[in-house]
Design a protein around this ligand. Sequence first.
Ligand code: NCD
Length: 296
Amino acid sequence: MRDILSIGALDLLEIEKLLDLAAVMKQEGSRVDDHRGKVAALLFFEPSTRTYLSFASAAQRLGIGVIGFTDPAHTSVAKGESLADTIRVVQTYSEVIVIRHPREGSADEAAAVAEIPVVNGGDGGREHPTQTLYDLFTIRERHGRLNGLRVGFYGDLRYGRAANSLCLALSRYGCDITWIGPQELQPAPSVAQTVRAQANSATTAEFLEDALPGLDVLYVSRPQRERWPHSMTALIPPVTRDTLRFAEDRLVVLHPLPRTSELATDIDTDARAGYFQQVANGVPVRMAVLHTLLSQ
Ligand code: NCD
């Protein structure tokens, strides 16, 4: 594996190896001698809290130095430099590049130019594969397996890249997928088609209350208003503690965060809330990603 650009490009054995290594990383916390003297470049052309900081934390726990930016307005991009030229330059300063960019396919463009590994930290509404790796890691921690689970996706499934990547992954584990929410926020046809072809089953539901009974996982995706067409006004009623009265005790509620109004804070103290455990898993999983890419 040279790059991590989409979850579909990893086979299930590669995913399992990364998750197993992440479990070791989680136990050990840090291994600063592993990659001392190497440098990771974090190129963030879009806002980020978790992805930027957890990659920076993961890198430093492996002894990797971090360079990068979170505001392209302060780089030569503002002077009109192309993505390809930015990558050609940055790869002479670093051993691995993590890129987040509003344009779909931008990470692939970067990888086509780069001679060092490239990780997709989110390209527009398309994919967010390392988010998916720690979503899978968290589901495996909670349920002890990934195979054959019943998983509901709720909210913005059209423009939410984290939800896209995760349902593409879980469909390969023979899961039953239910997409819940308004029609205009259902997944893009290309994603829905792939998931339907791979999953044990894939169905849609309009209301959460109808879909919740029997679910093992509920994955919530905030309204991605920054990518909505101007005319769009879809509503995503919040998941509350009250809504969860329709859910099983074994349900785990996940959310890539940041949350807005789609997920009420009154669930935070419910044993079924898994999103803070999920976000903490970002660091060991990204340690496993960086370690694997820099060890070959
Ligand atoms: C997600 C993203 O940027 O796609 N955030 C994250 O990386 N945890 C989800 C989101 O913004 O809704």
